[in-house]
Design a binder for this molecule. Sequence first.
Ligand code: N2P
Length: 342
Amino acid sequence: MRHRYTLCVLILVALFIGNSDGQKKQLNVFTWAGYVSDDIREGFEKEYGVNVLIDTYASNEDLLAKLLAGATGYDIIMPSDYMVSILIKQNLLAELNRDNIPNFQNISPLFLGKYFDAENRYSIPYTFGTAGIAYDSSVVTPAPDSWTVLWDTQYKNQFSMLDDQRETIGAALKMLGYSLNTTDPNKIKAAKEKLIDQKPLVKQYKSEAEELLIAGDVVMAHCWSGDAFRATETRPTIRYVIPKEGSSQFIDAVCIPKSAPHKALAEQFLNYLLRPEVNAKITAFTKYGTCVPTAKEHLPEHLREHKFIYPPAEVLESLEWLKDPGDFTRHYNRAWEEIKAK
Ligand code: N2P
């Protein structure tokens, strides 16, 4: 009898510990810096009684390398378009069960059925944006309109480039008048040489460029539109330009790795992100565009149609999507390694 009593007490204690804070289920999110705000994270934690842990990467290739190296703890990742196609090909993504994501219907068809996941079997869109140049208009005059400003020796040590091989090689390719997705080794070589020439002028390769702009460590940065927008909030003299030679545009997606330990919870997180009021918080925080039209009702006026988010038609025409170059990727990899090693 006494034994049975002790056993009951032990079971109760175990159940209590099992439900206490330390044992809460954990959703592990691997994403870009400045992408998931505290209020989005805390809202989900509170509603679902879980902890959300956020880890960040600086480029799609960093994400891929981590997954290929066997990282298995992540429930949510946010690759860009072309990386979604690569991850699908590598068999690293879980198929989404739409029954668990009823808010999928809130997504604008404009952001669905894209080349990288034609039926959205593996991804939902998170945000969209562009790459360009952020500059402090009180220092950089006249206002730049070309990638060539990033080769101007008067800005030596005063600007940063993205720490991102496709974007940075892409900027040099565009400056030379080539496609971001070239599969011509001579064009890659020319872009590589340009970036090697530029290297003594570059203060830092950094994907979180808004930090450098806000701190005043640089007066110019090759960066993404939302990060430039965020920098203007602290430094209103910052402007953003998409160079006349053209640039990249992206959709960043939300996916669940095949190895996710908490797939059901991850789908609940996807569904939560697609609520209009939550989705509005993504744009309010990241300053990238929302893919949920009804989210706009929850956004302040100035964020609904801002030019950092919605470039004019003629600029849009100059933008290219980064695509998976397949086996040719090794040329991009090698060029990037050589640039970084110099
Ligand atoms: C967020 C940058 C994400 C954009 N800081 C890259 N696709």
